[in-house]
Design a protein around this ligand. Structure first.
Ligand code: BG6
Length: 483
């Protein structure tokens, strides 16, 4: 057999965003408040503000009619700039634009009797604008947010009832955008759910560690079932559409060849791939039985759940890839941890200003591992470098550090394709600067397009082309042959 050379002809080059970091327009045209819009900006770069939510902070936020303290309410105002923004993506030659739908734009309270027509109409216009330029929308159904009313009423995904609300939402989307949206994915970075509020939409700050573990894995089970049922709905309503899962891939390495370190890294890797194992293979993997038992976690399942998971695996696997980690035997990987765990330092790698370890070869390793394990198409739907950018006096942004990061990762994807991996596409994170998910900063930028707004929300919102804009345009024009 011939070795494939370079990127396939129909490769989906583009960029990825999320409603709550991009759109703004948080209180217009009937939209309800979301869980992302009660999160304040982090005090430090290490602190993940998206998980610092309590019942009191929600009550306080819900009573605050301004966007001053809550950056995800304002995003970068894509709601009013979408034509200009999509035109700029088209100028770069985008083939795909990943965006998410804000559930609360469609069902303001999550479980309303009828959908909000103005919300649906907004996405009609966005998708039409994409198609005008031959850009394929790639749509995340739930990206780190849900209608806050579902948190207040039933503690988000902790409740099984949320599955019903979600399926009404997904059915509405599949029917409305049939033939318009070809690529769907259910939950963004579904593994973040065990990290806390962002994924579960459930307030659990006052619970013990064991109670948190119980709640989060139960909430996760509800998402697995909801996702599998959405796969079934999608296939029934629009047989031409493809629907995938989405994982935050955390490639890890053993710190030394000591077998104890290698075993710890193996378990850490299993605990990352577990989510995709369920969604792509259709069942909980055996190694989780031991984890659940040792962590005193008991899942409540309906009699039909296992069948639903088995019968509805995803069509493709998408994932984000930013960094890799290191695991050793001294790290406690067997036990449940609250929040995000980044592992040890790798002396061979540089880090971003936010401490994320930059590892392009790790992307090739991950792609090969995942292809070997699942044998269904893969899609890198997030990758990029969060950095502070400087605008020069003549309005230029010389972001060669970003170009270096992306170039190295694209080169490794090309290697993986030549290794035989089936890769559908590549959407870099935040092609337009947007609000950071973890810290809600504006100054952590990923874009090819600079947005004039600071952390406090001041600025003209004017869009400027960075050096990376012209570079990525050339990459797409040459289908990745010239980096
Ligand atoms: C992923 C998320 O975790 O990484 C995005 O899916 C997020 O929503 C991106 O923005 C980068 O993270 P951050 O915290 O730098 O915005």
């Amino acid at each position: 057999k011939q070795i494939p050379t370079g990127f396939p002809k129909n490769f989906l080059w583009g960029g990825a965003t999320a409603a709550n970091q991009l759109e703004g327009g948080w209180n217009v045209d009937g939209k309800g408040l979301t869980t992302a819009e009660v999160v304040k900006k982090a005090e430090t770069r290490e602190d993940f503000s998206m998980n610092q939510v309590t019942t009191e902070s929600i009550a306080q936020a819900a009573a605050d009619p301004t966007d001053n303290a809550y950056p995800k309410r304002r995003g970068v105002d894509f709601y009013h700039h979408y034509q200009e923004d999509i035109a700029m993506l088209a100028e770069m030659g985008f083939k795909a634009f990943r965006l998410s739908i804000a559930w609360a734009r469609i069902f303001p309270n999550g479980d309303d009797a009828t959908p909000n027509e103005a919300g649906l109409a907004f996405y009609d216009k966005v998708f039409a604008e994409c198609h005008k330029y031959g850009i394929e929308p790639v749509v995340t159904i739930s990206h780190y947010e849900m209608p806050l009313a579902l948190t207040q009423k039933q503690n988000g995904w902790a409740s099984r009832q949320t599955i019903t609300a979600f399926l009404r939402y997904t059915e509405t989307l599949f029917k409305r955008y049939k033939g318009v949206v070809k690529y769907w994915m259910t939950f963004n970075e579904i593994n973040a759910i065990t990290g806390g509020f962002t994924g579960t939409g459930a307030v659990d700050a006052d619970l013990s560690l064991n109670e948190k573990a119980q709640l989060r894995f139960q909430a996760l089970h509800h998402q697995f079932v909801a996702s599998a049922k959405a796969v079934a709905q999608c296939h029934a309503i629009d047989p031409n559409a493809k629907i995938g899962c989405m994982l935050a891939r955390m490639q890890t390495y053993p710190q030394t060849p000591n077998p104890e370190d290698v075993r710890a890294a193996q378990l850490s890797d299993q605990l990352n791939l577990f989510y995709t194992d369920v969604q792509a293979r259709g069942e909980y993997p055996e190694y989780m039985n031991r984890y659940f038992q040792e962590n005193h976690i008991t899942l409540q399942m309906d009699p039909n759940d296992e069948k639903v998971l088995r019968e509805n695996p995803v069509d493709y696997i998408s994932f984000s890839y930013y960094m890799s980690t290191v695991t050793n035997a001294d790290q406690d990987v067997e036990h449940f941890h609250d929040g995000f765990v980044f592992g040890e330092k790798n002396p061979y790698l540089q880090t971003s200003a936010w401490g994320w370890q930059i590892d392009p070869v790790g992307l090739r390793i991950s792609l090969n591992d995942m292809w070997d394990r699942y044998r269904i198409p893969l899609f890198v739907v997030e990758n990029g470098l969060g950095a502070e950018d400087k605008v020069t006096s003549d309005g230029k942004i010389h972001d060669d550090y970003r170009i270096d990061y992306l170039r190295a990762h694209i080169a490794q994807m090309r290697e993986a394709i030549e290794d035989g991996v089936q890769l559908m596409g590549y959407t870099t994170w935040g092609p337009i600067d947007l609000i950071s998910a973890s810290t809600s900063e504006m100054s952590k930028r990923y874009g090819f397009i600079y947005v004039d707004q600071d952390d406090a929300g001041n600025g003209s919102l004017r869009r400027l082309r960075k050096d990376s804009f012209y570079w990525y345009k050339h990459v797409i024009a040459t289908n990745g042959a010239e980096l």
